[in-house]
Design a protein around this ligand. Sequence first.
Ligand SMILES: [Zn+2]
Length: 380
Amino acid sequence: MKEIKGTPGSAALFLFLAGLLCVFSGKSFLDMHRPEPIFPRPGLSEIKKLGDYLPALQDSAGDTDVYVFRGKEKGGNLLAVGGTHPNEPAGLVTTVLLIETIRAVRGDIFIIPRANASGFTHSDPQEGNPQRFSISTPAGPRRFRLGSRLTNPVDQWPDPAVYMNPPGQKLSGNEARNLNRCYPGRAKGHLTEKIAFGIMELIRKEKIDIAIDFHESAPEYPVINAIVFHENSAELAALAVMELQAAGIEIRLEASPVGLRGLSHREWGDEAGIKVLLLETPNASHGRLKGRPSSSLVVEGRDKFYARAARLGWLFVPFGEEGIPLSQRVARHLAAISALLKSLAELEPDKAIAMEGMPPSADVQQKGLGVFLHPPLKGT
Ligand SMILES: [Zn+2]
């Protein structure tokens, strides 16, 4: 057998390059665990943690920030939740935009931008997704993590073969890490169940009246451009849809199926008796028919394969060559918030919630997201 010989110099170079690779990959890995800064508007009253409501979450990968805006006038209390599924960026960006622009006038507003904080610390395997996406602002790009639908397996492992969620529904094992299958949660359950229980505790302790859970779906999924409502919120959702349609925004109404358990739009309503709405917008970047994944696909939402699928009648939303950009998806969420709060004030005036400063949906759609977001920190 021929002996492979190397010089001490080449060995040292090899070790140096291997070390360099470890440093860069280690930095990239650690960066995924560092949430990007959010710059609250001065009207912010306080930043709480989910661990304040369930101490078992404190110092865990499931703890997350809760931004609280308290209005001077008494009214209802709103909970707005983004990042239940960290691979659905419109949820995160809508809640960040609210935190950076609003002031509460009437009632208290609680905003959780990264409901499943652990899901933001890794990417979906075998998807080839970018770790981040960038939104252009006049002062440079703001970067945000694109995470996974599920809790990081580093924080919760192993998955059971079959997952029995708290209401007793049997699901495939990895759904144990899907926050939107774990409600109403378990105080002593695994991490994702603890997060779900923490959110339930917030709803109970802060006397939330209405909660909105912001999501996105693949354009080939039937529940899309939709408001999913708990039956106790049917009138509110119907009134809001009429309001949106009058403004030229097509949106469908979907009743929360009574037998589908563990989801926010079912358990928040059943368990706490609050009004619950879950909103869906079309996101090509997490669909199955997409072409090459990229930050631009997340933000611009342009994909020739989806445009072709739309021409073949395979989709549940119109999808042209121009795509469905993130600004349009966030604008839809903002329009729905306005319509829901207006409808709530009509139906239950004593529970009315009012805020000022939220960018009008049409402006976000026309001018893009960047002009409304806080400028990035230098060097980020
Ligand atoms: Zn979702």
